[in-house]
Design a protein around this ligand. Structure first.
Ligand SMILES: *[C@@H]1O[C@H](CO)[C@@H](O)[C@H](O)[C@H]1NC(C)=O
Ligand SMILES: *[C@@H]1O[C@H](CO)[C@@H](O)[C@H](O)[C@H]1NC(C)=O
Ligand SMILES: *[C@@H]1O[C@H](CO)[C@@H](O)[C@H](O)[C@H]1NC(C)=O
Ligand SMILES: *[C@@H]1O[C@H](CO)[C@@H](O)[C@H](O)[C@H]1NC(C)=O
Ligand SMILES: *[C@@H]1O[C@H](CO)[C@@H](O)[C@H](O)[C@H]1NC(C)=O
Length: 390
């Protein structure tokens, strides 16, 4: 088993070296891979063949836990979770990155949100138990504006709930509020640039981690109980509101005590939801991805005939969907092994199918797509992404 794995790694390494090329092919899409080993890679993906390859790399980025594209498609923001840094890169036409600016932050940054007009940025700091607010001037120069640090008594699930742990910042579809699941305090915090304006209490010990909006609904993954909670968005002019409709487990009950659900995705057509799981051992070849089907009532049901799919990686902290029409590819990133694997996805039935290609990078933590032509498509694509709450 170990030998086989080593041989596979060697084979993949050779493959990457052989196809390493700094020029993207005309048919290729670009995606960025932030790693925990001081690298941020530009990769090419060819949807015609399913092939992926590394094009270029910048190093010195620390533990690159999250990246976010500006809506203009011209800038990539990156954070260093361990080293307490925020970095700004400009994107060249070939997708390569050029470092523009570097700012110190509070430690433990894990998530970035960019406002629809590209003028404001929020960060969530897990270890630093804080939220940061930054502003962007006309020339794209970023300034630290404000930060807020939280305190709270320990929650019921130790050691994870020793203190507040904001895990995500995400603009709501109106663009007015920034939604911040706090894993340590069992809260959804609601922010504007003036600070925290509201709190929604979640189940004690549930550990809210990441959410996603779709078409009037909000889907929240709670890491410490491995569930998805479905809410109807009931927002007025003055107040962000959620009404709870359903809670559904991401794993069989006997696995949920020790597992740690991570990322959640809704397909653009609203028909499927995927959640990545960690620490559970459902499959030999990597942690499980859970599939749900969704209908116009917003509610979820286990995907059938198959609900669980092997990710072929260890610790898929982040997963992603190829952003183009049909979203016929699914990507899993193994923070603790297995690199980045690109799977074919059955857009009609929702199943995750065969692995088409993989990149053997160390500790991948986040994949961010730059849809083809986005830098030129500019405003239109930016508006579409803002609506989807990306
Ligand atoms: C790199 O890409 C260019 C442009 O598509 C191509 O002509 C060239 O053969 C490639 N080189 C390698 C080593 O793949
Ligand atoms: C992490 O990066 C360093 C420096 O590039 C490299 O020497 C090391 O092999 C990498 N670690 C792993 C596990 O690949
Ligand atoms: C956080 O805000 C305080 C003022 O409230 C400021 O002194 C400090 O420099 C800020 N920290 C960072 C890392 O921006
Ligand atoms: C960019 O902003 C920083 C503060 O974040 C400031 O020190 C610097 O002078 C600004 N640079 C430009 C070119 O405006
Ligand atoms: C939508 O899905 C939910 C959950 O599976 C189910 O209870 C409901 O009947 C479905 N509604 C329609 C209109 O299909």
């Amino acid at each position: 088993m170990h030998l086989l794995h080593t041989l596979t790694v060697l084979a993949m390494t050779t493959l990457i070296t052989a196809t390493y090329n700094s020029t993207a092919l005309p048919t290729e899409d670009i995606f960025y891979i932030g790693t925990g080993n001081d690298t941020l890679h530009t990769a090419g993906f060819d949807p015609l063949t399913g092939d992926s390859r590394l094009l270029s790399t910048v190093s010195g980025v620390g533990q690159a836990s999250w990246q976010q594209l500006s809506h203009s498609g011209k800038t990539l923001y990156s954070i260093d979770e361990a080293g307490a840094r925020f970095e700004v890169f400009s994107i060249s036409s070939d997708g390569s990155l050029k470092r523009k600016q570097e700012l110190p932050t509070i430690t433990g940054a894990v998530s970035i949100a960019v406002s629809g007009d590209d003028k404001e940025i929020f960060l969530a700091h897990y270890m630093g138990n804080a939220v940061t607010y930054l502003t962007v001037d006309e020339g794209g120069n970023v300034t630290m504006a404000k930060n807020w640090t939280f305190t709270a008594p320990p929650g019921p699930k130790m050691p994870n709930q020793d203190k507040p742990h904001p895990h995500q910042v995400l603009y709501d579809p109106s663009g007015k509020w920034v939604i911040v699941p706090d894993l340590g305090a069992d809260l959804i915090r609601v922010f504007t640039s003036t600070g925290e304006v509201d709190q929604l209490k979640m189940e004690p010990g549930s550990g809210p981690r990441h959410g996603v909006f779709h078409d009037g609904y909000y889907y929240l993954v709670s890491e410490l109980v491995s569930t998805v909670t479905v809410f109807k968005v009931e927002t007025t002019e003055k107040k962000f509101g959620l009404k709870k409709l359903q809670t559904i487990p991401t794993l069989p009950d006997e696995m949920r005590n020790t597992a740690a659900a991570a990322e959640i995705l809704v397909t653009d057509d609203g028909r499927f939801v995927y959640v990545s799981n960690r620490l559970e051992k459902m499959f030999k070849d990597g942690n499980a991805i859970t599939g749900f089907s969704r209908n116009e009532t917003g509610l979820l049901a286990p995907m059938s005939p198959q609900q669980y799919f092997p990710s072929m990686v260890q610790t898929p902290r982040h997963v992603s969907l190829w952003p183009r029409k049909g979203q016929g590819y699914f990507v899993a990133e193994g923070q603790d092994g297995g690199g980045v694997v690109v799977f074919k996805r059955d857009a009609k039935g929702g199943a995750i199918l065969n692995a088409e290609s993989s990149l053997q990078v160390t500790q991948p933590m986040c994949v961010t797509w730059r849809p083809k032509g986005e830098a030129k498509a500019g405003k239109k694509e930016g508006k579409r992404r803002a609506r989807r709450g990306m």
